[in-house]
Design a protein around this ligand. Structure first.
Ligand code: PLP
Length: 299
């Protein structure tokens, strides 16, 4: 079995016969240098956790993929086709404890109006240490107000686009400041999200996150953690959170597919409390109880 698997998804509406997707060699060139995903970052993606061969929150990821496509005026993705392509990639992967599968759709080669689509599955590194030891974060101004989603929808703040150069630059800035990760803050002073994660904090018994109306990505992990917490009798809510409220919280985490719940152990150089038992419970839920029924190998 291959260590990684690449599936090309057929998205040309003019081709109606033949296989809807194709397994190809991930080590061979597959993409045109004229693809707008490469030249403009003009496309969308999803990154999905796969634990013991089971994709987590696949339906939520597919819904967000469709939402992102609508925000970018891309052709509407067919969730069934993408679902089957994801399972095809996972089912050809080595059996590993944790993997990630990435779905990508770009606007395609300039001038052709045919999107390019692929699914890539690969094993994940062991995140055990970061999940228990946590990360040191710095808060960085994103430069957008908290109402940017309504005032300037063309900034695509709620879409998971391929344009992640700013997010990568923010992580390099964090490293320059001797930190591991970032929490973006709106220009009017509210906590938003990390470059690849949602923010969660505990105040007393309640779990709190910024709301999706703040111009941030609607996190599938955050959504599932809230659902799990409610079942445990833990109160949850979204609210506008200032940086001082984040710093004064009883515990805080970065949540994402792949890394899951990573505790924040310092904020702007000041040590932050880590809730070891709750971190363990959340990660145990995310790893062991979040999966969907075992995927069938597509015919
Ligand atoms: N916010 C941003 C900007 C992200 O890139 C991500 C994940 O990559 C998230 C939040 C968390 O989303 P999810 O929990 O669905 O992985």
């Amino acid at each position: 079995m291959p260590r990684t698997c690449l599936v090309l998804v057929r998205l040309d509406p003019a081709t109606t016969s033949g296989e809807p997707y194709r397994i190809v060699d991930p080590h061979e060139p597959q993409l045109s240098v004229l693809d707008l995903g490469v030249t403009r970052g003009d496309g969308i993606f999803e990154s999905i956790s796969v634990v013991s061969g089971i994709p987590h929150a696949l339906e939520a990821h597919l819904r967000r993929f469709v939402r992102s496509a609508r925000l970018l005026d891309l052709p509407e993705p067919d969730p069934l086709l993408w679902h089957r392509s994801v399972l095809a990639a996972i089912n050809r992967l080595d059996p590993v404890p944790e993997a990630a599968v990435k779905m990508v759709m770009t606007r395609g080669v300039e001038g052709q109006s045919i999107p390019t689509g692929w699914v890539y599955a690969a094993p994940l590194p062991d995140f055990g240490q970061v999940r228990s030891e946590g990360v040191r974060i710095v808060t960085l101004d994103r430069g957008y107000r908290s109402d940017v989603a309504t005032t300037s929808p063309w900034l695509l703040t709620g879409a998971k686009t391929l344009s992640y150069a700013v997010n990568r630059a923010a992580l390099r800035e964090a490293a320059r400041r001797d930190a591991d990760d970032v929490v973006f803050v709106s220009s009017d002073g509210f906590v938003l999200e990390g470059p690849t994660s949602s923010v969660l904090l505990r105040r007393g018994s309640a779990l709190i996150s910024p709301g999706k109306d703040m111009g941030i990505l609607e996190g599938t992990t955050q959504g599932d953690v809230f659902e799990w917490a409610s079942k445990q009798g833990i109160p949850t809510r979204t609210e506008m959170i200032t940086v001082s409220e984040l710093a004064a919280s009883d515990a805080a985490w970065l949540l994402s597919s792949g890394r899951h719940a990573v505790p924040i152990r310092s904020v702007n150089g000041v040590p932050h409390p880590v809730d070891v038992p709750l971190t363990g419970q959340i990660n145990s839920f995310l790893l062991h109880d979040r999966g969907q029924p075992s995927p069938q190998r597509p015919q």
